[in-house]
Design a protein around this ligand. Structure first.
Ligand SMILES: [Zn+2]
Length: 451
């Protein structure tokens, strides 16, 4: 039995944090959540409180980073030299992709995931398409890159959903993969499914989901094969959707319909599906996504970095799509920044304030993100849930004087002091207990970017 005493804790269905909450866990699960003040608060023995780890500040459920490409962490600060857009950024990304092997990928992902742990992320959704050797030849173990990512997350102390990505073509028109893209491809969706089915990591730490890279990368007639695999296995299915207007234009030109409509027509949408970005949907697309309860993962700091645009977050939420958050390219790893950007970007677009409540932003960063990654038993401070705790200090230069309910509009990743995953402490006093994060990041990035 482990006990924590949170100065404030954000409990489910609460509009704001609750003071003085005793949280107890056993076997990695929360067994009791007890507010100690207010009407009806039970008397708790002195010895129980003496036993409890004090968590000063605001304690949240674990944050879920629902969209990650771990190796993009090596690009941070390296793609801003000139003008350019998403497509020129992608060329730089490919040069790093070309240099990774299972060992260097493990080192880079371990450091990137440990940075996430420091930021309060307890589970990551890794949208993984770097499957094979540089010329496209499978490794002796065709899932060795997936295994490296799962091992990296284990070292960093966080859970992972490995969203194994089908990436078969270079364009909507079906052009073959060339150059660095060749290592992404499995040939066709059946061979993708065969390979993925051969990968079965420890289910308590790592789960496997499916992904369709985009309508550019999976031919229309093969979409249902990937969706069907996810459906039969009961796995989450993610897909990049309408990140760029050019994708919409190409899809209309080839298929005579929007990417969202194409996915709907091939059975890809649904409550186990998450559309990543959805920055440029039509009104009809928003309705298709919402009516099917397809989730939407917003990645505002990446969408900002890549000059993608601002998606209609409030309209998609109203239409019925649960919203989750991802740091995607890791230009920034800070889910507080992602969460408030959802609100702040709406303000910029509409020139009005107050689109999302603080509690809605917390849900996007926690329970909705975990649900999108297939962990319905995580992301809430409630009995029976996984014992994931993230404590944010309220006495830093950024957060001093801020009421706890306002923490999501003030705190950053650097204010996270204590992180518990499945009952195990992985970050204490703002330090990762097993990974020297800055040193490992520097070494791992040097190894894949040095001339
Ligand atoms: Zn992405």
């Amino acid at each position: 039995m482990t006990r924590w005493l949170a100065e404030y804790a954000w409990l489910p269905e609460h509009a704001e944090p609750t003071p003085d909450v005793l949280i107890e866990a056993e076997g990695g699960r929360i067994t009791a959540v007890t507010p100690l003040v207010g009407g009806g608060a039970p008397a708790v023995g002195v010895e129980v409180l003496r036993d409890a780890v004090r968590l000063p500040g605001l304690t949240l459920p674990g944050l879920a980073n629902a969209h990650s490409h771990a190796f993009h962490r090596a690009l941070r600060g390296r793609t801003h030299g000139g003008r350019g857009d998403f497509w020129t950024w992608r060329d730089v990304m490919y040069t790093v992709a070309a240099r990774l092997d299972p060992d260097s990928y493990l080192a880079l992902a371990r450091a990137a995931y440990a940075e996430m742990a420091l930021a309060g992320i307890t589970c990551v959704g890794e949208f993984h398409y770097l499957h094979h050797g540089p010329d496209g030849t499978p490794y002796a173990d065709p899932n060795v890159m997936s295994a490296a990512l799962v091992e990296a997350a284990a070292h960093a102390g966080i859970r992972i959903t490995l969203l194994d990505t089908a990436y078969l073509t270079a364009t909507v028109a079906g052009d073959p993969l060339v150059g660095p893209q060749r290592r992404f491809g499995d040939g066709d969706a059946l061979r993708w499914a065969e390979r993925v089915s051969g990968f079965a990591p420890d289910d308590d730490h790592a789960r496997v989901g499916a992904a369709i890279h985009s309508v550019r990368a999976v031919p229309a007639e093969q979409l249902a094969t990937v969706a069907g695999w996810a459906d039969r296995q009961g796995r989450p299915l993610h897909v990049h959707l309408s990140e760029q207007p050019a994708e919409n234009d190409a899809c209309r030109a080839v298929h005579g319909r929007t990417p969202t409509r194409l996915l709907a027509d091939h059975g890809v949408l649904g409550r186990h599906t998450t559309a990543v970005h959805a920055t440029h949907p039509t009104s009809a697309d928003v309705t298709l996504l919402g009516d099917s309860r397809t989730g939407v993962c917003l990645c505002p700091t990446t969408e900002r970095d890549l000059a993608d645009g601002i998606g209609p977050a409030r309209r998609m939420a109203e239409a019925g799509s649960p919203l989750s958050l991802g740091s995607d390219s890791h230009a920034v790893v800070d889910l507080f920044e992602e969460a408030r950007a959802v609100e702040l970007d709406e303000r910029l677009r509409t020139r009005k304030r107050g689109h999302f409540t603080a509690a809605e932003l917390v849900t996007a960063a926690t329970a909705a993100g975990h649900a999108a990654l297939g962990w319905g038993d995580a992301g809430q401070l409630a009995v029976g849930m996984r014992a994931d705790l993230v404590t944010v200090r309220l006495d830093s230069a950024r957060t001093a004087g801020v009421p706890p309910v306002g923490a999501f509009f003030a705190a950053g990743a650097a204010d996270v002091t204590h992180v518990v995953v499945d009952g195990r402490t992985i970050v204490a006093d703002g330090r990762h207990l097993t990974v020297d994060v800055p040193t490992e990041l520097a070494h791992a990035i040097q190894a894949v970017t040095a001339p």
